[in-house]
Ligand binder design. Structure first.
Ligand SMILES: [Zn+2]
Length: 105
């Protein structure tokens, strides 16, 4: 699933982090085998465009609205209109409904 990355992304090649050492100042290893400090891992996918990141963030916020505020999809959309443009919100809703996480209405 998009956005299901536990350890961020490799600062060398941009691949998802595969493992993380459980100690302070530990290292991560990416899917391509690079080792780097956990602190230098990139929290967002560096291969995504700014628009894709906005959609991903919007998507998280919609799910957050449903889960924690018990809002209907149309109410969540209204709230998010102060942050995102309509197109971004629509794409985020499309992304969610394509994965059957919630239905718009
Ligand atoms: Zn790498």
């Amino acid at each position: 699933m998009v956005g299901e990355v536990k350890y961020g992304y490799c600062p060398i090649c941009g691949a998802a982090g595969k493992s993380r050492e459980r100690r302070p100042d530990g290292n991560d290893v990416c899917a391509n085998g690079h080792t780097y400090s956990s602190r230098s891992s990139i929290p967002f996918n560096p291969k995504e465009t700014k628009e894709e990141r906005a959609i991903g963030l919007c998507r998280e916020l919609i799910l957050y609205c449903y889960t924690w505020h018990d809002l209907r999809p149309s109410e969540a959309r209204q709230k998010l209109l102060s942050i995102f443009d309509n197109e971004t919100i629509t794409k985020a809703f499309d992304d969610i409904s394509s994965k059957q996480e919630v239905s718009d209405g």
